[in-house]
Design a protein around this ligand. Sequence first.
Ligand code: HEC
Length: 108
Amino acid sequence: MTNGIVKKAALGTGLFLLAALAAFAQKDPKDLFLDKCATCHGPDGMAKTAKGKKLKVTDVKTAAGKVSAAEMEKIVADGKGQDMDGFGKELSKDQMKGVVEYFRSLAK
Ligand code: HEC
């Protein structure tokens, strides 16, 4: 009898951990960047993709020298010009912060 309860409890914990892991994976800045930004900015931040070239996206090395992290977070939230939409509604503040950190790390 007690054995069954223990098994159920263990299963519950396992599912909880899986759910927590899934939530964590979704928030990983690198995944977010590859998912939401890389079509234009390139997986390496150098904007060498078809879309990046077409929209004349600045490569991350140049951008990181000109634009501070705080300004970048604002750009990610509000968008820039006609070609980049803001992500303020889609991503949390922490996610935007993380994705900017990841983006800037590509400049090094
Ligand atoms: C549809 C294409 C597109 C997508 C998707 C996109 N961007 Fe942009 N991004 C642009 C364009 C175009 C600009 C303006 C040109 C420029 O300054 O490089 C820009 C500018 C920026 C800038 C300012 C850099 C600068 O040079 O002034 C940052 C930071 C940035 N994007 C980050 C992101 C992040 C982070 C994501 C994903 C959450 C993202 N972008 C998604 C096209 C895009």
